[in-house]
Ligand binder design. Structure first.
Ligand code: F6R
Length: 611
């Protein structure tokens, strides 16, 4: 997720762009840049300053020429590290076209190869840069910028919003999008485009949402929107809530960041899956930096992580063992460090960390490297310390997560780890191309299934109402349902401050059952061992527990006082991605009923850099 702003017709273009970028920083902040129309040329400046890139950019633009049009970008890196060279805007070979982009271009590698063969010179590692070279070819062929954008977007696959400016027509800003939101707007005679309304509050008073594959040509006071065939269409006007301030707008109409991020989960899963299948159908993990040759002697995989990331690692253990037939262990990072572990050059250690900075996980990875193991990190932050130090990385593409309780990053971690497990299966020859393709096809259905699970919030709210003032919760599951139960318990305790423990369902009778009495709530994840789970549920129900179960739509014999239904997922290894959603919603609902600040739970921090 990145932030985009473009404007035309404002004598103070640079100030307005910088102001917009500051407001968009919540979408990404590892680098930032601006391009301005400068007479018959373009002027560009970029900065890559960690979490203060926009401030650095503002300082670097002190000598900018006066300009009435420009485009700006604040980046959350997905392809290529957050360096100045990778920061947007990107320029074509002539330096006369500038482009900013949010999203992922799936077929960038093939496009880059053919563009390079036609003489284009690339200056970044991004997937974005192909777009500006494609525009360059279209303009050289005589197209205007609008037609050039339409032709370019026709050749690319992926999810994106894109904005371009060309020196040849300096009053024109051209934008296009697919699956990623983008607004056009006007305030007085000034025309704008932006990723979201927060960038434009106080400047614009008329807003239009671009639809998929539409192209907007914005000039001062004028908007022309065309569809993918070039036919002019009536732009979709949108009303902006007059009470919104910048923070409310950043929440996009949701009450808090947590619910916004919950609803961003289908996108986070879809983006994490983009770009992982090569032209021949095989798995491609660009930044893994390890080949089958490097991994040929690996005889064990160890996943290290904390909290929700640990639970994602637990889900991955099943995938690695089932698909790659490789022994897999999951370790709490803070425990691995001080154990007499047996790690060596034949161990692959995978650190799972949304932030890539959690000290326990970082030190566990360092420990593994000292022992000679190869290390890979699954992280949401491309420039994080873990990502820099590890031998390889697989990035989740969830965008920044503001709420302390991890939701969209957790789901993205699970699917990223599952893709890694498939890559291991491919290299080890434990799954053939057809079997891998079939799992990948099933994974493509996950964003829709997650969206479906989220759409059932009302049913979850009703269960939360029915639970009244319950204070004690057990979350139970077996096999792949066990990490889902652990994650459900963690979410609930984190934001509601209710006592919630996760257990393997078979363990209940070995001790914790002593605590179960009328008033205790047992949340049971029924799949994948639903028959076995039925007896564990009966044990709890017999002691007076109120049972809430999570069951697939297809489960006709689901047990429980309340049943939270989820869409059926054909492959049980993938089902946790969907099953965790009602438990996130339940935690959210109960916490809100208690009046808690769900975004900032007491005693917790988003990034834990202490032992
Ligand atoms: C729970 C949560 C934490 C983190 C844990 C690890 O909602 O967010 O349990 O999962 O602190 O953080 P990362 O993934 O950044 O290493």
């Amino acid at each position: 997720m990145c932030g985009i702003i473009g404007l035309t017709g404002d004598g103070g273009a640079l100030d307005a762009i910088l102001d917009g970028l500051r407001r968009l920083e919540y979408r990404g902040y590892d680098s930032a840049g601006v391009a301005l129309a400068d007479g018959g040329a373009l002027w560009r400046e970029r900065a890559a300053g960690g979490s203060h890139s926009v401030a650095d950019l503002a300082a670097a633009t002190a000598g900018a020429p006066p300009s009435r049009a420009g485009i700006g970008h604040t980046r959350w890196a997905t392809h290529g590290s957050p360096t100045v060279a990778n920061a947007h805007p990107h320029l074509d070979c002539s330096g006369r076209i500038a482009l900013v982009h949010n999203g992922i271009i799936e077929n960038h590698a093939a496009l880059a190869a053919s563009l390079a063969a036609r003489g284009h010179v690339f200056t970044s590692e991004t997937d974005t840069e192909v777009l500006v070279h494609l525009l360059e070819e279209e303009l050289a062929g005589g197209a205007g910028l609008g037609d050039a954008m339409r032709a370019t977007l026709r050749t690319v696959r992926g999810a994106f919003s894109v904005v371009a400016l060309a020196a040849s027509d300096p009053e024109l800003i051209v934008a296009g999008r697919r699956s990623v939101p983008l607004l056009a707007a006007f305030g007085g005679g000034v025309g704008f485009v932006a990723s979201d309304v927060s960038a434009l509050l106080g400047r614009a008073d008329r807003y239009y949402a671009l639809e998929d594959d539409q192209v907007a040509e914005v000039r001062p006071g004028r908007l022309r929107v065309t569809d993918d065939e070039g036919r002019e269409v009536v732009p979709t006007a949108v009303t902006v809530d007059p009470s919104w301030d910048v923070v409310a707008a950043q929440k996009g109409g949701f009450d808090d960041f947590m619910s916004k991020e919950l609803h961003e989960q289908p996108r986070a899963v879809a983006d994490t899956l983009l770009d992982r299948r090569g032209a021949d159908g095989s798995i491609v993990l660009d930044e893994l930096r390890l080949s089958p040759y490097d991994l040929r002697g690996v005889d064990k995989l160890v996943l290290v992580a904390c909290g929700s990331s640990f639970h994602a690692g637990m889900v991955a253990k099943y995938a690695v063992e089932r698909w790659a037939r490789l022994p897999a262990e999951v370790e709490i990072a803070s425990e691995l460090r001080y154990r007499e572990h047996v790690l060596h050059e034949r161990t692959l250690v995978v650190g799972v960390s949304q932030s890539g900075e959690t000290l326990d996980t970082l030190e566990a990875l360092r420990e593994a490297r000292r022992a000679g193991a190869r290390t890979v990190v699954v992280s949401n932050v491309v420039h994080s310390t873990m990502a820099r130090e590890a031998d390889g990385a697989v990035y989740t593409r969830a965008g920044p997560e503001v709420s302390v309780a991890s939701t969209k990053c957790h789901l993205a971690q699970i699917v990223a780890l599952q893709v890694l497990a498939l890559a291991l299966a491919q290299w080890r020859g434990t799954m053939g191309p057809a079997a891998i393709a079939s799992v990948l096809d099933e994974m493509q259905r996950l964003p829709g299934a997650v969206a479906d699970a989220l759409s059932r919030k009302k049913e979850v709210d009703e269960v939360a109402d029915a639970l009244g003032d319950a204070r004690d919760f057990f979350f139970i599951g077996r096999n792949l349902g066990y990490p889902v139960a652990l994650e459900g318990a963690l979410k609930l305790k984190e934001i509601s401050y209710l006592r919630a423990e996760g257990y393997p369902a078979g363990e209940l009778k070995h001790g914790p059952l002593a605590l179960v009495e009328p008033g205790t709530v047992v949340v049971a994840v029924l799949d994948p061992l639903r028959d076995k789970m039925r007896s564990n549920v009966a044990e709890a129900a017999a002691r007076g527990a109120t049972v809430v179960s999570v069951a697939a739509d297809g489960d006709r014999n689901a047990v429980g006082d309340h049943v939270l239904r989820v869409p059926t997922v054909a492959d049980p290894v993938l089902a946790p991605v969907v099953e965790v959603v009602p438990l996130q919603l339940l935690a959210y609902s109960l916490a809100r009923r208690l009046g808690n600040d769900v975004d900032r739970p007491r005693n917790l921090a988003k990034t834990v850099t202490v032992e």
